[in-house]
Unconditional design. Structure first.
Length: 215
């Protein structure tokens, strides 16, 4: 499965499974254990939170090699160095919590599909004018489940929307039915009180529901 995505390819892949798993593991062993569990559940899209710590690029390269059937991107990309690291790691897409014009332009030069973060109607319109086909609605839980659909009337055609921030697997169907196109899950993916950590029980049901929905 190729890793590099054009914006339209990423949209097509997310339409098949509108779910992105976001990991913020600081240790390689912990990350691999988590990815094993996510892949066994049938998750297709994975984001690794960018870190300035030495070894992040090698860590991503290893994960891409070990999990060729996962679409691997980066999360928490806020600056030029992070984008350069994404390119060096061969990651084809990245998500950012912010909307920054130069970051969008740099991603275009590097051939990386950047999904910028938006919050206000002005930011949504600005992202659209910059040519962004996908945006990250962040923090989605704070804005509420009806927020995105309410923008459609005054703004017209909207970019492909990935809702992120404070969402739970059990709430994903309602968010998709409410008008967002995909959802990113991070902290709610795993039960960290268990030793070792295990996937949230609702995650398996969510993946099965998404598969049935796509048929």
């Amino acid at each position: 499965m190729p890793n590099t995505f054009s914006p339209l390819e990423l949209i097509a892949s997310l339409r098949r499974q509108p779910l992105v798993a976001v990991l913020r593991c600081s240790e390689s062993r912990e990350a691999l254990a988590s990815i094993d569990q996510l892949q066994s559940l049938g998750v297709h899209h994975l984001e690794l939170a960018w870190s300035e710590a030495p070894g992040w690029i090698d860590h991503c390269l290893r994960i891409r090699e070990l999990y060729p059937n996962l679409h691997v991107g980066a999360a928490s990309v806020c600056g030029g160095r992070a984008l350069e690291d994404c390119a060096a790691a061969g990651l084809g897409f990245a998500m950012s919590p912010i909307l920054e014009t130069e970051l969008v332009r740099q991603a275009e030069r590097l051939g990386i599909t950047l999904v910028p973060g938006v919050l206000t109607p002005t930011e949504v319109d600005r992202a659209r004018r910059l040519g962004c086909r996908l945006v990250k609605l962040f923090p989605a839980a704070t804005l509420g489940i009806t927020y995105w659909r309410q923008l459609q009337g005054p703004l017209g055609a909207l970019p492909f929307c990935i809702a992120a921030g404070g969402l739970h697997p059990s709430a994903v169907p309602d968010w998709l039915e409410a008008g967002v196109d995909a959802v990113a899950l991070g902290g709610a993916l795993f039960d960290r009180t268990a030793r070792p950590a295990r996937p949230n029980p609702a995650l398996r049901g969510l993946v099965q529901w998404l598969e049935a929905r796509h048929r």
